[in-house]
Design a protein around this ligand. Structure first.
Ligand code: SF4
Ligand code: SF4
Length: 462
């Protein structure tokens, strides 16, 4: 087949980030994934199913259709929750396929100058730089405090400028006054030291959920871990991968490889499911990079989700009873991308007095997913409403989950659709169940000598 020139209606996938044919043609169109897919369940349409989306990828790959707006619209509506991947008996790596497909779409999309500038500002100029992001978040706090948010919403002025800007404003989270900062601090283990870990701070989570990040460090310390909040780390690149900006994602991954492999630790612990999933797959992201591919693989092997890590370490039992009726929402990037479903439940069950009740379809997405809540707001709310119906039916008074995007989305669901449940991280509940720390236990210290040392290849992971 002779490919038609780029830009013509039938240009097949190409380039460094094109979906691999070995992945694409694994799909045998059996349809076992359909009922796992939230967009298929909501619409009943084949084109909004994993099988339909893969069929479109094949059609583009074979030059039968081009990447038109109509075609890419079906991929845009995919939440990238990867539920289809864990349901697929043929092992189709859908996450890799959609990531590569979105990179091709982004290369061909022609957004308006305003949208291009906004995306560039957010993804490349703000998110990768923690200081700039912190300033933007402080601006958001001020915006609320001065009553500007109330005025903007009342007058609906943003709708006159841009509908998507107005939608984005509606998703703006409450921001605590205290942020969590990665500055190389070390939090000592409480009691006998059982492990030494580095902690990913990330980009958005330390700013919008700073107190909850502090709780993660306390829980790890209570479990005998010395925690290093590695300086020089940054955004993991998950959001960039989601929207097809793999070049920025690769640059961010390289920075984290450099930062974390300088720490002689047993594991790199991640408290956000989306970030953990991205970092575990750095090897694939950097496979074409001779300098970094081997080190990216090594870092990926050291990354542990915090629930996975604590469950494997054997949890120090908390003693304080929490009389809460809790249901657990599986974050997609924990249950489908990392295949971890039991560990968070095991941790919740270890809390005395806590009653864990299961809701229907707990592994189905809540409608968050990178920038999905902004770019596909209507559909995101539709999926969220179904989720909240299941929460209501469970009779729980509290909803636990494992990812900042899910926490924010579910909080919005509770406020907009009910039931009025409190949404918490599993680690936050554990922290509460451990109670106040022993005197002086949490005193973190700054490293006197922040020089990097090379990690031993034979370092064992917990
Ligand atoms: S992705 Fe897997 S489950 Fe879905 S149709 Fe293809 S082979 Fe079947
Ligand atoms: S990633 Fe999620 S939304 Fe996308 S096709 Fe798979 S199951 Fe459906």
């Amino acid at each position: 087949m002779t490919p038609s020139p780029r830009g013509s209606p039938a240009w097949p996938f190409s380039g460094l980030d094109a979906p691999a044919e070995s992945d694409l043609y694994k799909c045998v169109h059996c349809g076992f994934c359909l009922q796992a897919c939230p967009t298929y369940v909501e619409t009943g349409l084949e084109t909004e199913s994993p099988r339909g989306r893969i069929a479109l990828m094949k059609a583009v790959n074979e030059g039968r259709v081009g990447i038109s707006a109509a075609v890419s619209g079906h991929w845009d509506l995919c939440i990238q929750c990867r539920a289809c991947e864990s349901a697929c008996p043929s092992g189709v790596p859908y996450g890799r396929l959609i990531e590569a497909t979105m990179a091709e779409v982004e290369a061909q999309r022609k957004p308006s100058p305003l949208s291009r500038a906004a995306a560039n500002l957010l993804l490349r100029r703000i998110l990768p730089h923690q200081g700039r992001l912190a300033m933007a978040v402080s601006g958001l706090r001020l915006y609320r405090k001065l009553g500007l948010q109330w005025a903007v919403r009342k007058t609906r002025v943003l709708r006159l400028i841009s509908k998507s800007l107005a939608e984005m404003e509606l998703t703006a989270p409450e921001v605590p006054s205290r942020a969590f900062k990665a500055k190389g601090q070390i939090i000592p283990a409480v009691g006998e030291q059982r492990a030494r870990v580095a902690l990913l701070s990330g980009c958005v989570m330390p700013l919008v959920h700073g107190p909850q990040m502090d709780a993660v460090t306390r829980v790890l310390a209570r479990n005998g871990c010395e925690v290093i909040v590695t300086a020089g780390q940054g955004c993991c690149g998950a959001i960039h991968s989601h929207v097809g900006d793999l070049e920025t994602a690769r640059n961010l991954a390289r920075r984290n490889v450099d930062a974390f492999l300088g720490e002689p630790v047993d594991a790199v612990v991640v408290a956000s499911a989306g970030c953990g999933s991205r970092m575990k797959e750095y090897a694939h992201l950097l496979e074409g990079d001779d300098e970094y591919s081997g080190r990216a693989k090594r870092l990926g092997g050291m990354v542990k989700d915090v629930h996975e890590f604590l469950a494997n370490l054997s949890l120090v039992p908390p003693e304080r009873a929490l009389p809460y009726r809790v249901t657990y929402q599986d974050s997609c990037h924990l249950s489908h991308a990392q295949r971890i479903t039991e560990a968070p439940r095991e941790l919740l069950r270890a809390i005395p007095g806590l009653e864990l009740v299961e809701m229907a379809d707990s592994t189905r997405c809540c409608g968050a997913g990178g920038t999905y809540t902004i770019t596909q707001r209507e559909f995101s709310l539709r999926v969220l409403r179904s989720k909240m119906d299941n929460v209501r039916a469970s009779g729980a008074e509290m909803l636990a989950t494992a990812n900042p995007g899910c926490v924010l989305q579910l909080q919005q669901g509770a406020a907009q659709f009910g039931p009025p449940v409190e949404v918490r991280y599993v680690t936050d509940l554990l922290d509460e169940a451990y109670g106040p720390e022993p005197r002086g236990a949490s005193t973190s210290r700054r490293r006197k000598n922040n020089k990097r040392t090379t990690v031993n290849n034979n370092e064992t992971n917990v």
